[in-house]
Design a protein around this ligand. Structure first.
Ligand code: GRF
Length: 188
C-alpha cells in the first residue's frame, strides 16, 4: 500500500480529481491533503472527500519540521504537489528522494521558474503568441521546476484563445493525465 499526501495552495481541483481516481484502488491511498492557507478551497474538498487535512504557514514549512512530522505520523510514502505554490524545503526533498512529483501548467523549461505560476503562465503563453502549450509532470528536487521530467503533453493554442481558454484546456489535460502518471511512477 502506498500512502500519498497531496499539497495544494488553492482550489484543489487536481487534488480532488486524483483522490477520486484512486478512491477504489486497494494499493494506493490518498491519506492526507496539506494546504498552506487556511482558506484554500482544497480544504473544503478534502472534507467532502473525507480525507484528513493539515494546514501550515510558509514560516512553519521553512523553519520547522512540523510538516515532516505530520507526514511521518500518516506514514506517507509519496508526495504529490498539485497547484502548490511554495518552495519545498530541502529537508523534505531529502526525506523523500524521487518520491515527490509536481505538475506545471506549461512545457518546461519554457514558462518555468520565478513568478511562473497560475494565470501568469497562461498570460505569458498568449502574449508570446505560442502555438502550443501543455503540462509537465516532474520530480521535485532542491531547485524549483528543475527536477527530472517524467511526462509532457501538449494542447494547441489558437490565435483567438484567451488565457482563460488556455487554462481550461490545460486543466482538462491535467485531469486526464496526472492521476495515471502518478500511478505509473508508483508502480514502476
Ligand atoms: C494547475 O493548473 C496546476 O498545474 C498549477 O496550478 C493549477 C492548480 O489548479 N500549478 P487546481 O488548484 O488543481 O484547481
Amino acid at each position: 500500500m502506498t500512502r500519498i499526501a497531496i499539497f495544494a495552495s488553492g482550489s484543489g481541483s487536481n487534488a480532488q480529481n486524483i483522490a477520486e481516481y484512486f478512491r477504489n484502488n486497494p494499493n494506493i491511498d490518498i491519506s492526507l491533503i496539506l494546504a498552506n492557507k487556511a482558506d484554500a478551497y482544497v480544504l473544503e474538498r478534502a472534507e467532502n472527500l473525507k480525507i484528513d487535512s493539515f494546514v501550515f504557514s510558509n514560516k512553519e514549512l521553512q523553519n520547522t519540521e512540523i510538516v515532516l512530522e505530520k507526514l511521518l505520523e500518516y506514514r506517507i510514502d509519496f508526495i504529490v504537489l498539485a497547484g502548490f505554490l511554495l518552495k519545498v524545503p530541502d529537508y523534505l526533498t531529502e526525506a523523500f528522494p524521487n518520491k515527490i512529483v509536481n505538475i506545471h501548467p506549461a512545457l518546461l523549461p519554457k514558462y518555468g521558474g520565478k513568478g511562473m505560476y497560475g494565470m501568469n503562465v497562461h498570460n505569458a503563453v498568449v502574449e508570446n503568441k505560442e502555438e502550443e502549450s501543455g503540462i509537465t509532470i516532474h520530480y521535485v528536487n532542491e531547485n524549483y521546476d528543475e527536477g527530472q521530467i517524467i511526462f509532457q503533453a501538449t494542447i494547441p493554442v489558437l490565435p483567438e484563445d484567451t488565457p482563460d481558454d488556455v487554462a481550461s484546456k490545460i486543466h482538462d489535460l491535467e485531469y486526464d493525465n496526472f492521476p495515471k502518471i502518478i500511478e505509473q511512477v508508483i508502480n514502476k
